[in-house]
Design a protein around this ligand. Structure first.
Ligand SMILES: Nc1ncnc2c1ncn2[C@@H]1O[C@H](COP(=O)(O)OP(=O)(O)OP(=O)(O)O)[C@@H](O)[C@H]1O
Length: 256
């Protein structure tokens, strides 16, 4: 690990499905201590890029390096530094949240007492403690609760870099505030975060850097103020990715 290295350096990450590039030479630097928002239209390549970044999807070409460690040539070392919330996280469902966290952490070789105390604290802060007391299984969780337990698994081993695919999706406003505070605390303590999101106001309020991806390519990246300029992030986003309205002659049948 190199202390002066950026938290993440993506260089030319490319993934092609049936001749079409889902990610097309995606390059991005995430400075240590920053909170970066990754935004882009549906199907732009955000999930594909993040999955290649954290070692879940093998790139056709390109590299992903976390604090100087190549994710694909030194995966074990890289993954100790990464906390990941993947898209559509498949969780073992016949466990309570607490059991899931314990199982996850013991697989990572963590000390059982440390796991117990961190899991209890995380579940209390994320308001999953009540469900745990009732013995609720993850299969019985709501969508937002599943997102929260997924986040807890990402945080449990105290990573240096969090890569979170749509962490705020389906999370209620009170929990979203808690999550924001947790991420800001994480960054203040020297961690680095990348989140993907479709909620421009959230990215604008939370992130200090932003990357816009469209059609598999990074079309803008840098400090939030530079990417959005004088406009709002939403306006800058629409300008960068193109606008699509509903024509006067379209969907007329909806009004009949
Ligand atoms: N396993 C796959 N097989 C074939 N095509 C895929 C596969 N995974 C992703 N794609 C395609 O790659 C493109 C990028 O998908 P991706 O999920 O990365 O987009 P996204 O930006 O995360 O979208 P969203 O905002 O809707 O979640 C899409 O056209 C998608 O259909």
């Amino acid at each position: 690990m190199t202390e002066t290295a950026p938290a993440l350096r993506l260089d030319g990450l490319t993934k092609t499905y049936s001749g079409k590039a889902a990610a097309d030479h995606v390059s991005l630097t995430v400075p240590a201590g920053s909170l970066t928002g990754l935004v882009g239209p549906n199907g732009a390549g955000k999930t594909t890029s993040l999955a290649m970044t954290v070692g879940l999807l093998r790139p056709d070409s390109g590299t992903a390096v976390v604090h100087g460690v190549d994710v694909w040539s030194a995966p074990a070392e890289a993954k100790t530094m990464l906390g990941v919330l993947p898209d559509g996280l498949a969780l073992p469902e016949r466990l309570t949240g607490g059991e899931l966290l314990t199982y996850w952490a013991l697989l990572r070789g963590m000390d059982a007492a440390v796991v117990r105390s961190r899991a209890t604290e995380l579940m209390r802060i994320l308001e999953l403690d009540d469900a745990e007391e009732r013995g609720l299984l993850v299969i019985e969780y709501s969508t937002g609760m599943r997102k929260k337990i997924g986040l807890a698994t990402a945080l449990l081993h105290a990573p240096k870099v969090l890569v979170l695919d749509e962490p705020f999706e389906a999370v209620d406003p009170v929990s979203a505030r808690v999550l924001r505070a947790m991420l800001l605390r994480f960054v203040a303590a020297g961690g680095s975060v990348v989140i993907s999101s479709h909620v421009m106001s959230l990215v604008e309020n939370l992130c200090d850097r932003v990357a816009v991806i469209a059609d598999g390519r990074v079309v803008a990246s840098g400090p939030l103020s530079e990417v959005r300029g004088e406009a709002t992030l939403e306006d800058a986003f629409v300008r960068l990715v193109g606008e699509r309205g509903v024509g006067e002659e379209e969907l007329l049948w909806l009004a009949t």
